[in-house]
Write a protein that binds this ligand. Structure first.
Ligand code: 1GP
Length: 233
């Protein structure tokens, strides 16, 4: 069951289906020792680029998850479907509206055992994710902690995702959230470029997500895999 398996994931690469890649590049990412690949992004996601990405990643044994941000791009064949619920969005569409529409249209086709809710808290106000979802990023550490508690202990979401997409976050916030969560798996993503960045966040986050770095400096990004695995929690 993916819900059990993913609890062991310490490191994940996020591949953006809207960005082009070579076979050699993808082989390096998929055979890096990372625990899973999340296919996801904020802009330019289409059924065609998601399907193409899935087919390419399926040549490798690494688990592959679709983070659903576009209803039209929902396609079968992934090991799991992550559903972001953006807790600090000012737009209800990103909290429950799109989700309700997705289930109305495709609910019967989905195996709910493969559907995983993510309580998202987006903290980089300049990120595409924050702009698109109109998220309230002017939060202090206590605000973020309260979102974590709400997600974990009221909504009982299996994942709480601290999203600093494009910017390295505040380790103090990640630490505090890790101390607050009782059951949820803590994902951290944002601005990890080096092994040291990854190590620092892996001290607190259960799962470290590396996105942009795989496009900017693949060698450094690959080094984050081993770095995370060396961290003793
Ligand atoms: C983005 O959290 C991921 O959704 C990773 O962030 O691209 O900044 O690594 P970066």
């Amino acid at each position: 069951m993916i819900q059990q398996e993913m609890k062991t994931w310490k490191h994940v690469f996020k591949v953006d289906p809207a960005r082009s890649f070579t076979e050699e590049w993808l082989a390096d990412i998929c055979e890096s020792g990372t625990d899973a690949i999340i296919v996801g992004g904020s802009d330019g996601i289409t059924i065609d680029n998601v399907t193409e990405c899935l087919a390419a990643i399926r040549r490798y044994s690494v688990p592959c998850v679709l983070e659903v941000t576009e209803l039209e791009a929902l396609t079968p064949g992934f090991d799991a479907y992550f559903i972001p619920v953006v807790l600090n969005s000012h737009n209800p569409a990103f909290i429950s509206g799109l989700h309700q529409q997705a289930l109305k249209a495709h609910g019967q086709l989905l195996d709910m055992a493969d559907v995983i809710g993510e309580g998202y808290c987006i903290l980089n106000r300049d990120s595409s994710a924050a702009v698109r979802t109109n998220s309230d990023t002017a939060l202090d550490i206590d605000d973020v902690e309260a979102y974590a508690r709400f997600s974990d202990q009221v909504l009982r979401m299996p994942v709480f995702y601290l999203e600093y997409s494009g910017r390295y976050g505040d380790p103090k916030v990640v630490k505090k959230v890790s101390e607050t969560l009782e059951n949820a798996q803590l994902f951290y993503g944002g601005g990890i470029k080096t092994a040291d960045d990854a190590k620092e966040m892996a001290k607190y986050a259960d799962t470290v997500v590396v996105g942009n770095a795989i496009y900017e400096d693949k060698k450094a990004a690959l080094a984050t895999v081993q770095a995370v695995k060396e961290v003793k929690v």
